[in-house]
Design a protein around this ligand. Structure first.
Ligand code: F6P
Length: 339
């Protein structure tokens, strides 16, 4: 059956590049006379029937804009059978032949459940600054977040050096440390702490102390919000968008053990806002184009994934089967620069 009417929604935490996907979907669909219906606020819009037709006119000028013109939410459409029924009846009411779901692990898991349990014809597009979806080398939003961290680390270096301080930067990454690792490498951090590798305070302080003995009177430490000491569970309030306190805890210990002045910067949602980098704009654009083509070919239940330079289908079930953790072999490359 030819696809004539596609719905698109963005769910979960926003990230730079969502508007680039929406624009690409509308522009690619237009070439085959396919209509696009924008669904507001993630799956909530499909439950409530809150939609708006998207035309080329609606997407003019949105490529460089952060956030999502459609709005977002973390509502799970399969949380109750009533909501699921409303989703199905609205798909029918709006005449949707296919649905493009742009989301991270939570949203795409819900999409998979909807597809597997009710046969909803949908395609997933991976987004998240965390870069933690399986089956894809990168998610858009990640590169922009890494550049925010890199910029912060650059700026903190000059003030750290002037005051001979240890500057601790807490970044996002509740279960994975991709942002911390990449931002830390790019900014030349002296120590990086990630959830995948529990830290030991003595070892951490020994690294910073050896640096000081070599005459380097300052350090910059990048810590992911979900990092935890060996033998302890991850911070309880992780992933709620407020500081988990890990940066403050570490800074206090460093100050106490090494007798140095410390300061803490929590980057928070600054990492998610603003205009996407060129890399994220290009990736998001390619994903949007290909998502429409996957719909036209009836490749439902798949996510469009980047592997190397190619876009390939990956089953949503596989993409959402747990987070993609930092490869510790790769992290060892970052460790060369510690201290
Ligand atoms: O998953 C993306 C993410 O930005 C995480 O890195 C972070 O822990 C969480 O979302 C914050 O969520 P919220 O926007 O609800 O505060």
């Amino acid at each position: 059956m030819a696809v004539k009417n596609i719905g698109i929604l963005t769910g979960g935490g926003d990230c730079p590049g969502l508007n680039a996907v929406i624009r690409a979907v509308v522009r690619r669909a237009e070439r085959d006379d396919i209509e696009v219906l924008g669904i507001r606020n993630g799956f909530l819009g499909l439950i409530e029937g809150d939609v708006e037709p998207l035309t080329t006119f609606s997407v003019i000028g949105i490529l460089p804009k952060g956030g999502t013109i459609l709005g977002t939410s973390r509502v799970n459409p399969v949380r109750s059978s009533q909501d699921k029924d409303r989703v199905l009846s609205n798909m029918h009411r709006f005449g949707l032949d296919a649905l493009i779901v742009v989301g991270g692990d939570g949203t795409l898991k819900a999409a998979y459940d909807l597809h597997a349990s009710a046969g909803v014809p949908l395609i997933g597009v991976p987004k998240t600054i965390d870069n933690d979806l399986r089956g894809t080398d990168y998610t858009f939003g990640f590169d922009t977040a890494v550049n925010v961290v890199r910029d912060a680390v650059d700026r903190l270096h000059s003030t750290a050096e002037s005051h001979h301080r240890v500057m601790v930067v807490e970044v996002m990454g509740n279960t994975v440390g991709w942002i911390a690792m990449a931002g830390g490498i790019a900014g030349g951090a002296d120590l990086i702490l990630i959830p995948e590798k529990p830290y030991r305070l003595e070892e951490m302080c020994a690294v910073l102390d050896s640096r000081r003995r070599r005459g380097r009177t300052f350090s910059v430490v990048v810590v992911a919000e979900g990092a935890a000491p060996a033998g302890e569970p991850p911070p309880a309030d992780v992933g709620r968008g407020t500081s988990t306190g890990v940066g403050y805890r570490i800074a206090a210990e460093i100050g106490r053990r090494l007798g140095v002045e410390t300061r803490v910067t929590v980057l928070g949602h600054i990492q998610r806002g603003g205009s996407p980098t060129a890399f994220d704009r290009i990736l998001a654009t390619r994903l949007g184009v290909r998502a429409v083509e996957f719909c036209m070919r009836g490749m439902f239940g798949q996510m469009v994934a980047l592997q190397g330079t190619k876009l390939v289908p990956v089953p949503l079930e596989l993409a959402t089967a747990g987070p993609k953790s930092v490869d510790l072999e790769q992290f060892a490359e970052a460790e060369v620069f510690f201290g």
